[in-house]
Design a binder for this molecule. Sequence first.
Ligand code: AMP
Ligand code: MG
Length: 328
Amino acid sequence: MAEIGTDIQKAVDELNRGNVVAVPTETVYGLAGNAFDVTAVAKIFEVKRRPSFDPLIVHIASYDCLDSVVRRIPEPARILAQALWPGPLTLVLPKADEIPELVTSGLSTVAVRVPDHPLTAKLLATLSFPLACPSANPFGYISPTSAQHVADQLGEAINYILDGGSCKVGIESTIVGFEDGQAVIYRPGGVPVESIEHLIGKTSMKSMSDSPLAPGMLKSHYSPSKSLILGNISELLDQYGHEQVGVLSFSRYFEQLDHGYQIQLSPTGNLTEAAQNLFASLRKLDSMNIRYIFAETVPEQGLGIAINNRLKRAAGGNAQINVRKECS
Ligand code: AMP
Ligand code: MG
């Protein structure tokens, strides 16, 4: 069983040995390995049971390290990185030869970011290599936002989990690429699209696809093992009844349902708080003795766009309403 602790040197030793360790970031916990070492990267895919067509995000210590993993930095990428790093922004840029193809699933681009967490920042500053670091969950399941979440699922497969407390953003990074000089949002996330557009102007959003070749845009993801149905919760309760049902609402409380079976993401209607609580709430509902999770979307603005994206993907084919077209 993995040891949970705050000993950076233990994490350094494991990583220098070519092993993988779980690390905290402001978004979700990551499963980290030496990004330059194909064997370490292969271990990440193995532990996560992640298909090799789904590329990893490379984590670096600071903007100054970007040259060691990418070939070229377009001007809008430089503007975004300098304004928003460290932070929940991932840039997709032409990859340097040193990055193994396994990291990028054969793509000529690499996804890279500087995480904003004091322990992992110190870890990256100590190491002589960047970290390939996808979320520390089994492929397709809900992302972990605490050390215990990681231990619950990957505890048998790794030796060490660096414990940095609960993730303060709670949702994965916003992924931005550049196609023909135009910024494209591949995944909405912890940096609101509005903040990105404020810095570099209009962006476009690439829609999710069932095609494994469209990296990271698989429709069904972040999924609990219970059936999650996304729609109007009152109508769903009327339609299906209350038996074996749990509810995940934005802020509303439903009188007709036992309070033990409902979670409000943010009772005060705050999207930052809702993002922080999203994955832990999904895990809690998933562990209850229920068959269905009824959930509703949150306001489609700021972090709400990323929250709705995760809810829709957690629902897989069970979405009864449409959230904004570009995010579907
Ligand atoms: P995770 O680290 O689990 O949040 O997943 C990383 C995600 O980053 C992948 O699923 C992809 O969506 C995205 N990604 C990584 N590399 C690339 C790339 N070269 N081009 C586009 N998206 C990428
Ligand atoms: Mg992930």
